[in-house]
Design a protein around this ligand. Structure first.
Ligand code: NAP
Length: 259
């Protein structure tokens, strides 16, 4: 399927690795020019070079922390008018909620709720004027089924989801869509570190935890990064203009609800 976005411009946040990178690669494969961002310059430049070489699109790399006003300013200076915005950032740490003081909550809310809202606020009026915009927020399956040890994530991402549910209906008439992609388990650095936290508590190895998680999933596997990227490219496509305010779960069937 031709996604109808060749030559468009995307800003993909937190994209040197993992799910963000998968989204960047899938958009580049559709001919979308990219600005990608992460804090670590070395991995980011390597990713940018790999995407340029594979897909021949323009890739601008901005080494910055998306959770800071200065980081957002830097990336928006490089890409002031994206047609497509992929919101992503590192996830909050796991733990017991008794250990999280007000500062821990402010940090999580800033990274996983306020930061994407600030980016949406910065780019959405331009999308409305140009009558095309696709915003995809990478959230988590935890929005549908909270994960006990990830209370900071459960809370912050659900706040973003509630805000987006309202805003998406206000901008749909301008061919600007906002949707959320909810990853289940994709074996990235982030998931490995969550497994390491579980392993240290349970006395099992990280591999044993990973095996248990695979075996407990209806698909008996983790998700493939390409599968995640493909879903992001489709939500960013011209054809997805009638998909508004949705929360699309990619979890191999782990969430056992009928709807
Ligand atoms: P990952 O493989 O660890 O990659 C994280 C990426 O984000 C890296 O490129 C990292 O680069 C960048 N990053 C992190 N913090 C950043 C910041 N403050 N500013 C700019 N870039 C930043 O993680 P992932 O698995 O792709 O996870 C992406 C998001 O999805 C996270 O919020 C995670 O909690 C969520 N999620 C993941 C899964 C899963 O199964 N993997 C499931 C549910 C939810 P630098 O460190 O160099 O900045």
């Amino acid at each position: 399927m031709n996604m109808g976005i060749r030559g468009r411009t995307a800003l993909v946040c937190a994209a040197s690795k993992g799910l963000g990178r998968a989204c960047a690669e899938a958009l580049a494969a559709e001919g979308v020019n990219l600005t990608i961002l992460a804090r670590g310059a070395e991995a980011l430049e390597a990713t940018a070079a790999a995407i340029r070489a594979a897909h021949g699109v323009t890739v601008t790399a901005v080494a910055a922390d998306i959770t800071t006003p200065a980081g957002r300013e830097a990336v928006l200076a490089a890409c002031p008018a994206p047609d497509i915005l992929i919101n992503n950032a590192g996830g909050p740490p796991p733990g017991d909620f008794r250990a999280w003081d007000e500062a821990a909550w402010q940090t999580a809310l800033n990274a996983n709720m306020v930061t994407p809202i600030m980016l949406i606020r910065a780019v959405i009026d331009g999308m409305i004027e140009r009558r095309f915009g696709r915003i995809v927020n990478i959230t988590s399956g935890a929005v549908k089924a909270p994960i006990p040890m990830l209370g900071l994530s459960n809370g912050a991402r659900t706040g973003l989801t509630g805000f987006v549910a309202g805003l998406s209906r206000q901008v749909a008439r301008h061919n600007v869509t906002i949707n959320n992609l909810l990853p289940g388990m994709f074996l990235t650095d982030r998931l490995r570190s969550n497994f390491a936290a579980e392993a240290s508590k349970s006395g099992k190895t990280v591999e044993q935890i990973a095996d248990l998680r695979r075996a407990g999933n209806p698909s008996l596997r983790f998700g493939e990064l390409e599968e995640f990227g493909a879903a992001c490219a489709w939500l960013s496509s011209a054809q997805a203009g009638y998909v508004v305010g949705q929360n699309i779960l990619l979890d191999g069937g782990a969430f056992a609800g009928t709807l």
